[in-house]
Design a protein around this ligand. Structure first.
Ligand code: UD1
Length: 416
């Protein structure tokens, strides 16, 4: 079994360069099959979620050439067939093949999606969107068969501004007849990135980044090249690291506007930062002020940074997190209490008493962002922290161990 071993307490300095966004790349790659010609995507992070998508494409018969962080996908020889469950259940985002295959072939057979266990994570809004476009949905055991004679543009109101549902409906609607309007659409930067990508391919999408997105269906999408935006969650994670143990730690290749909610919370906690156009230089303050975090849809504080900021909250006199997006995203709190935190959960609120000196022990990464939170905790804890189940972390953070060693962290992957 592979574990991460961390010796905490070291100040970190130097530079961490942010990779392409996981949550953007995992949508762009399935979307590429909508084209009838080759697609080139740059700045794709080298993480295991991307490996699983690449395997899915190859299984479907697409040609995939991967050189470092550049992907060339030629979907000309694609065959529409069910992706085997042992590939598709490796990540949640394999559900983007639903919208893409349905849009292109008007039919798709897909197993239920996998991904982090952070709540019940239904996909009813995705399915309602496909139905509104004219598709029929049959549940066969643990898979969906979705088909339509033709997809017809329509007005779709999302009961919740879901990232996944917004993207999936955009993918299908791109090849529907006529105009689709998605109301109460998600506004995350990943939505804007995929809309730009599809428009480069010849789609007609307006309003991405606002709550109303209009899509006029087209018959053909052409080849193009496109760059994945910087990962705002990876950036946020390392900015928090700087606030914990940084000594002029530079986090570069990020878009500060994408993590504004985090930056304003860190300022409120007393952290000083030098914010450039594409980088942030950050140092640990002498002490932290109390803050409370409330997760919200973009541009609010992202649920994906709620776990990574947990170690910092243990260092405040008092703090709280209210988790509004997922109902089961406090799985990491048990490990933080084991490390010496004083955290109580009351419904969707976690209440912190502090500051607490964390002390290394053996803990388990329960999901991707929980794992990242535990790495940061290990870096401020006394003695040695051992993290198990590290596959979760490697799914989403490119070269995390190398990036941390480069700035002086004592961290290694060990086989036990
Ligand atoms: C995406 C991100 C994930 C992030 C989340 C919220 C990817 C691959 N993952 O996940 O990292 O934490 O956005 O920013 O991009 N919901 C429904 N029905 C649906 C869809 C969603 O009830 O059909 C609910 C979910 O259970 C959840 C909330 O809506 O409570 C938000 O989910 P959503 O925005 O869809 O998240 P994901 O796309 O799964």
């Amino acid at each position: 079994m592979k574990v991460l071993q961390i010796k905490g307490g070291k100040e970190l300095s130097g530079e961490i360069v942010i990779s392409g966004a996981k949550n953007s790349a995992v949508a762009l790659i399935p979307a590429a099959i909508l084209a009838d010609e080759p697609i080139k995507i740059l700045n794709v992070p080298q993480i295991s979620d991307i490996d699983a998508l690449s395997d899915s494409l190859k299984y479907l018969g697409a040609s995939v050439t991967r050189t470092g962080e550049t992907f060339i996908i030629d979907p000309k020889s694609l065959i529409n067939k069910p992706i085997p469950e042992n590939i598709s259940n490796k990540l949640r985002a394999s559900y983007y093949f639903m919208g893409a295959l349905l849009g292109k072939y008007k039919e798709v057979d897909m197993f239920f999606p996998g991904g982090c266990a952070i709540g019940s994570r239904p996909i009813n809004l995705h399915l309602k969107g496909f139905e509104a476009l004219g598709a029929k949905i049959e549940e066969k055991g643990n898979r969906y068969h979705i088909y339509a004679k033709e997809l017809k543009g329509t007005n779709i109101y999302l009961d919740f501004a879901s990232v996944g549902a917004t993207i999936n409906i955009m993918l299908a609607a791109t090849r529907a007849k006529g105009k689709t309007i998605i109301d109460n659409a998600a506004k995350e930067p990943e939505i804007v990135n995929i809309a730009i990508f599809l428009n480069n391919m010849g789609a007609k999408i307006k309003g991405a980044g606002t709550s109303t997105i209009t899509i006029i269906g087209v018959d053909h999408l052409k080849g193009c090249f496109h760059e994945v935006i910087p990962d705002r969650i990876e950036a946020g994670t390392y900015v928090i690291l700087g606030a914990l143990v940084g000594n002029k730690l530079k986090i570069s290749n990020l878009i500060p506007e994408h993590i504004e909610a985090l930056l304003s919370k860190l300022k409120e906690a007393g952290v000083e930062m030098e914010i450039g156009d594409d980088h942030i230089i950050i140092s640990k303050p002498n002490k932290y002020k109390s803050i409370s975090i409330v997760t919200q849809i973009y541009p609010g504080f992202p649920t994906d940074l709620q776990q990574p900021i947990t170690p910092l909250l243990t260092q405040c006199p008092s703090a709280s997190i209210t988790e509004n997006i997922f109902e089961n995203r406090f799985m990491h709190i048990k490990a933080f209490n084991k490390l010496g935190g004083k955290i109580k959960i009351n419904g969707k609120k976690a209440i912190f008493k502090g500051p607490c000196q964390l002390k290394g022990t053996k803990i388990e990464a329960t999901d991707l962002r929980a794992g990242a939170a535990m790495v940061l905790a290990g870096l401020i804890a006394k003695d040695i922290t051992i993290i198990t189940n590290i596959e979760h972390i490697l799914r989403g953070y490119e070269g995390i161990v190398e990036k941390l060693i480069n700035v002086g962290a004592k961290i290694e992957v060990r086989e036990i």
